[in-house]
Design a protein around this ligand. Structure first.
Ligand SMILES: Nc1ncnc2c1ncn2[C@@H]1O[C@H](COP(=O)(O)OP(=O)(O)OP(=O)(O)O)[C@@H](O)[C@H]1O
Length: 491
């Protein structure tokens, strides 16, 4: 059951319990990992509406497709027994064992059953024979499910989150290291994304046949497959240290559904390699289409416009959907997948990070730069300043590539990087129409005016100074205002 499906009476009782003593703030800030800014925003909205802040929190969190089982585990971590009891009728019976543990030594009730939910708080729990401060069931469940909280995986000012790797590997083991079907069951029931067996995926991809290989990336190989009569793309992740973090990140991001974000259908943790299963994109990647590496004909201008428009929409969504923007960090044609109608979807969220929040915070300082060099701006490469403007810069390069199909790095060119080259052409007042993709230049598909407009947007987005670049909203509006024959059909 999803949070937004909670029966009215249960929701009401939970609001009463969690509004008390502002317990909802602990739930939101400590356990759901909302920022102080977001918590404040939730409180303000509730005040304006004269409603319960817990109810507002559930509305915001529920929009991310979280389930009551996840809430149950967070309340367990809070040791909020009255709220847990309230949820018992709507969670699977396997979760009841958490509540049953309350009387045992390992869980001291922080909220003894009193009608107002007030309680003496026991802050520290100790497990006998364990050096952990968490009770065994929670450790087990946390290892099994790695709860998808909105910011946990992305909160990466200090990206040293190696813990995610281990937790993925351990996900089907009990504490004594033996596989445990029950934990798989937990995983299945808690995650909204199906957990698939490695064997099914092996079968779906014809035993990882080379003829099914769609491509290779830094995180592993991607195979075409058929799963439940559905064409899928299966990414088999390299078993490198740290790489499986992508799995967790992608799963978290999957909470954000949008027409221009590649949907994750499922995942597999049980086999030798972790796998992610995506919608198969019959149009291939933008990279393949621009480099004519597929059997498809060159993209028409209407299709290029559609891609530019859709990617701008997807990025606008990521940057603005919550109080804290989500920065993709690796926008490039290889990560823009096209469906059979050339509708673009942004994929590969392995490097996505939660960005700065609050008006006074414009960027984060990260300890390591990830991404693809020619698509990254100077302030990120040199000073490790991460902000939505990094995605805007990368988007600008993609716009120039879509117009010209020029390589992003060319040793045979007087200027190595495409970003520098295009700014040099602008200084020399070259007509960008002369640089139109040679696959359509001079053909009936040629559109010199759109070519100029695309490059001009690219120039704006790749300005050296971050604050001189447009926001994705501005880019989107500029694209939307463009006019050319056939625009309405392809938008
Ligand atoms: N859902 C999909 N449908 C069809 N083809 C896909 C899909 N996902 C990936 N591919 C193909 O597989 C290739 C490799 O994808 P992958 O995301 O692993 O790597 P990449 O983005 O090229 O590189 P990196 O991950 O190192 O940035 C893509 O370029 C694309 O051609």
């Amino acid at each position: 059951m999803y949070i937004y499906e909670l029966p009215f009476e249960i929701n009401k009782e939970l609001c009463r319990l969690l509004d008390n003593d502002d317990d909802w703030k602990e739930l939101a800030g400590v356990h759901m990992k909302y920022s102080a800014f977001d918590v404040n925003e939730i409180e303000q909205v509730a005040k304006r509406q004269g409603s319960s802040p817990t109810n507002q929190l559930f509305t915001v969190w529920g929009q991310l497709n979280h389930r009551v089982e996840e809430l149950f585990i967070l309340l367990y971590r809070m040791k909020h027994i009255p709220a847990l009891r309230c949820l018992v009728p709507v969670v699977d019976s396997r979760f009841h064992r958490l509540l049953q543990k309350q009387d045992s030594k390992c869980l001291k009730e922080k909220h003894p059953l009193s009608s107002d939910g007030n309680a003496n708080r026991q802050k520290t729990l100790k497990v006998e024979g364990s050096d952990s401060s968490l009770p065994l069931p929670v450790m087990l469940i946390e290892k099994a499910i790695q709860l998808p909280t909105p910011s946990k995986a992305y909160d990466d000012d200090q990206p040293t989150d190696e813990s995610y790797t281990d937790s993925t590997k351990n996900s089907t083991s009990t504490l004594d290291g033996k596989p445990n079907a029950l934990d798989d069951e937990f995983l299945k029931s808690v995650s909204a994304i199906p957990l698939l067996s490695y064997e099914d995926l092996r079968e779906a991809t014809n035993n990882w046949s080379d003829s099914n290989l769609l491509g290779k990336g830094g995180f592993g190989k991607v195979y075409k497959g058929e799963w439940k009569l559905l064409p899928v793309a299966v990414k088999k992740l390299l078993d490198n240290d740290g790489k499986n973090k992508e799995l967790i990140r992608e799963m978290c991001l999957n909470q954000y559904r949008h027409d221009n974000i590649l949907p994750l259908y499922g995942y597999s943790l049980g086999g030798p390699e972790a796998c992610l299963v995506y919608q198969f994109m019959a149009g291939g990647s933008l990279e393949q289409r621009l480099r004519c590496k597929s059997f498809h004909p060159p993209l028409t201008w209407c299709q290029r416009y559609r891609i530019a428009h859709g990617v701008a929409r997807g990025l606008l969504f990521l940057h603005t959907m919550a109080g804290t923007p989500l920065i993709h960090g690796d926008i490039k044609p290889a990560n823009i997948l096209l469906d059979q109608c050339t509708m673009p979807k942004i994929g590969d969220f392995g490097l996505a990070r939660k960005g700065p929040y609050g008006e006074e915070r414009t960027h984060l300082k990260v300890s390591r730069v990830h991404g693809t060099r020619p698509y990254l701006p100077d302030e990120y490469l040199r000073t490790r300043c991460l902000s939505p403007a990094v995605d805007v810069f990368s988007y600008g390069i993609v716009m120039v590539e879509m117009a010209t199909a020029l390589p992003v790095i060319d040793k045979g060119r007087p200027v190595l990087l495409l970003s520098d080259f295009i700014h040099q052409l602008a200084r020399e007042r070259v007509d960008f129409a002369t640089e139109e993709d040679k696959n359509i230049r001079g053909s009936q598909n040629s559109n010199p005016q759109l070519c100029r407009e695309f490059v001009n947007i690219g120039l704006h987005c790749t300005k050296y100074l971050r604050h001189e670049r447009p926001t994705m909203l501005e880019v989107y509006k500029r694209l939307d205002a463009m006019n050319f024959p056939g625009k309405e059909i392809f938008k």
